[in-house]
Each structure stands twice: as structure tokens, then as C-alpha cells.
Design a binder for this molecule. Structure first.
Ligand SMILES: NC(=O)c1ccc[n+]([C@@H]2O[C@H](COP(=O)([O-])OP(=O)(O)OC[C@H]3O[C@@H](n4cnc5c(N)ncnc54)[C@H](OP(=O)(O)O)[C@@H]3O)[C@@H](O)[C@H]2O)c1
Length: 338
């Protein structure tokens, strides 16, 4: 089966040209329960066939195992893929919620070498600071990242979950190609300050969890009841108990709009984020995560959907009605520091 390839977009003014939708690879090794490696490999190949070229990983995903898992795919298709990985975060064993964050130069230098080795490549196309360590001035952190560019270890720079002020300060040191932050029908806090700053600076947005970690597809309702014991979503306040029940009711307009387009609720959620950013005047490349080739195709097809003004208006109140934060500890997010 071969379908039309998706359109392309540029990541930031001097950034790489990529398919308008990327692929989040985290779930292939980490956070969302058991994985079938064969299916995940097929999902990667299917994505490439459809013109998806931006592949997202991080050194924190399964303590480097996600980068190792992706390595054969990346090396087999080195000239066709744009590899994005991240440093700054580690998750101590036995505590899925705790985060250790480092942004200092010695840490970054060690992290980049380790990622290059695990990925099996000699340059990372897009290197993100995953989380902000407020003890290190952002200028220092980006200064070190800029040295990696000059040394040829990294091509472009990105930042994840930064505030508007942090983005401005960083961009003054070295051009930032992309900000990767959570953005979906359920999580719109970045629209207040980060989105206007990105537009002003010509920085692209790479929305992560654009499917609300799967909740917007209707594939689960209560994380404690529907997902396995090791699933990270059981620790996110909006996906359990009374919050989950209340939030599931918010999906009604999504389902109705999906039916009108002969589409799925997930496709409407993806079309929404793409269209929202375009209206805001930003280049945008959402990175829905899936381990299944059929879902890769379903998600890619959403790039061709257009929602009417009336449909957008109907979806507008959803985020404001969501019960529960997107993380148990919001201090790690831009919204927690804005
Ligand atoms: N920068 C950061 O701090 C940060 C944080 C979180 C994530 N990320 C990145 O962003 C990527 C995407 O975010 P995410 O994976 O958290 O959330 P997401 O893309 O909103 O949702 C992923 C979930 O949706 C399911 N799914 C995907 N397509 C589907 C479809 N068509 N129908 C039904 N279910 C579908 C997936 O299950 P299956 O896999 O079983 O299909 C998975 O459980 C990650 O892979 C990661 O690379 C970055």
C-alpha cells in the first residue's frame, strides 16, 4: 500500500525541511507499556514511506535504550531522516515521577557523546535541551550547545518546555530551530507566551503529545483501570479517577466532528494542532507517537484535513474545561515557571 506523501515544512528560519508531521518514538521503548519491536520497526518504515522525516527520541527514554533501538533504522536511512534527540533529564530507577535535570557544560558534553554512540551516527540533526535546570543560566547552556554545532556534532538546536523569556535569551546566543512543548486540544498553556515569542523569533513549534498521550483518540479512559501497571500515564492527574471521567465527557464534540469528516477523533485532534499553529502564524510539526504502522498512516492522513471555523469554535472551550494538570509536578514545565 502506498499513499500520498505528506507536505513539508521548515523547522525555524535556518532549520531543516521536514515532513509536516514527525514521529514520536518514545513509546517504542518507554512509558506506555509493553511494545512489539517488530511492529515498531514496521511503524518507522511506514512513516518514512509516507514522507515523515523527523524522528523524535531522547537519551532519557529507557535510559538510552530508545536511541539504541532506533539506531539500525537511522543508519539504514541516514540521508532521509532528521534525527532529533535530547539531553538534560534522567529518571532514577524505581521512581517513575522523579526527574534529575542537568544543563551544565560537562554534563552536556558527556550526554552528546553518549547519544552519538548509541545512535550510531556522527552528527545529531536537532539537539534539544529536554528540561531546564534553573541553576544554570540559559545563555551558558545554549553557549555549550552552540559549541557542539561549531564542532560538527550537532546541526540545529532546540529547547523543550522553555518559557518565552528563556527562549528569547537562548535565541540571542544561537538561533533556535524549534521549541518542543506539549500542545494539544487538552494542553494549551503555551499559547499565552511561548507561541507569540516563537512567532516573533521565527522558531518552529514541535508539539509533543498532540493526541493528549492517546486520551484524545479515546483509546483509554481511566489510566489506572485501562493501562498496565508500568504505564507513566497512571501518574498524570488528568487521566485517573474523577478527573478522567470528567475529561472523557469533553471528547463528545471531537467525536461528532470526526463523524462529519469520516475521520477518527485522533485525526481531528492532529488537524486541530496543525491548523491552530498555522492560524497563529507559526511553522508547526507535531510528533504524534505510535508503535503501529496502521496508526502512522491514520495520523499522517490527518495532515490533509481542514476544520471549518465553526468546528474550531466548537473545540475552543475544551482545554479550559480539562480537570487535572498535565504533570504531577508542573515545576518541570514552562507553565510552571511563566
Ligand atoms: N519533550 C518532552 O518533554 C516530551 C514529553 C512527552 C513526549 N515527547 C515526545 O512526543 C512524542 C509524542 O507524544 P506522546 O507519545 O507522549 O503522546 P501522543 O502522541 O499524544 O499519544 C501517544 C499515544 O497515542 C496512541 N496513538 C497514537 N496514534 C493513535 C491512533 N491513530 N489511534 C489510537 N491511538 C493512537 C499511542 O499508542 P500506540 O503507540 O500503541 O499506537 C500512544 O499511547 C513522544 O513519542 C516523544 O517523542 C516529548
Amino acid at each position: 500500500m502506498t499513499d500520498a506523501r505528506i507536505a513539508t515544512a521548515r523547522l525555524g528560519e535556518g532549520g531543516p525541511e521536514v515532513g509536516v508531521q514527525g514521529l514520536g518514538c518514545m513509546g517504542m521503548s518507554f512509558a506506555y507499556g509493553p511494545t512489539d519491536a517488530g511492529q515498531a520497526r514496521a511503524a518507522l518504515e511506514r512513516a518514512l514511506e509516507l514522507g515523515v522525516t523527523l524522528y523524535d527520541t531522547a537519551d532519557a527514554y529507557a535510559a538510552g535504550d530508545n536511541e539504541r533501538f532506533l539506531s539500525p533504522f537511522f543508519t539504514a536511512h541516514r540521508d532521509e531522516v532528521v534525527i532529533a534527540t535530547k539531553f538534560a533529564l534522567s529518571i532514577p530507577e524505581g521512581d517513575p515521577v522523579k526527574r534529575i535535570i542537568r544543563n551544565d557544560a560537562p554534563y552536556i558534553r558527556e550526554a552528546v557523546e553518549a547519544s552519538l554512540k548509541r545512535l550510531g551516527v556522527d552528527v545529531i540533526d536537532l539537539y534539544y535541551m529536554h528540561r531546564r535546570d534553573v541553576n544554570v543560566p540559559i545563555e551558558e547552556t545554549v553557549g555549550t550547545m552552540a559549541e557542539l554545532v561549531r564542532e560538527g556534532k550537532v546541526k540545529h538546536l532546540g529547547l523543550s518546555e522553555v518559557t518565552a523569556d528563556e527562549l528569547r535569551a537562548a535565541h540571542a546566543v544561537h538561533p533556535i530551530a524549534a521549541v518542543q512543548s506539549e500542545w494539544s486540544l487538552f494542553s494549551r498553556d503555551i499559547e499565552a507566551k511561548v507561541v507569540p515569542a516563537a512567532r516573533e523569533l521565527g522558531v518552529a513549534l514541535v508539539p509533543y503529545s498532540p493526541l493528549g498521550r492517546g486520551f484524545l483518540t479515546g483509546s483509554f479512559t481511566d489510566a489506572e483501570q485501562d493501562l498496565t501497571a508500568d504505564d507513566f500515564r497512571r501518574h498524570q492527574p488528568r487521566f485517573t479517577g474523577a478527573n478522567a471521567t470528567a475529561n472523557a465527557a469533553l471528547l463528545e464534540p471531537l467525536r461528532a466532528i470526526a463523524a462529519a469528516h469520516d475521520a477518527t477523533p485522533g485525526q481531528i485532534a492532529l488537524a486541530w494542532v496543525q491548523q491552530r499553529a498555522t492560524i497563529d502564524g507559526l511553522p508547526v510539526v507535531p510528533i504524534p507517537g505510535t508503535r503501529k504502522p496502521g496508526r502512522v498512516a491514520e495520523n499522517a492522513a490527518a495532515t490533509a484535513l481542514t476544520l471549518t471555523a465553526g468546528e474550531l469554535a466548537r473545540l475552543e472551550p475544551i482545554a479550559g474545561a480539562v480537570a487535572g494538570d498535565r504533570y504531577a509536578d508542573m515545576a518541570f514545565t514552562s507553565a510552571g515557571r511563566e
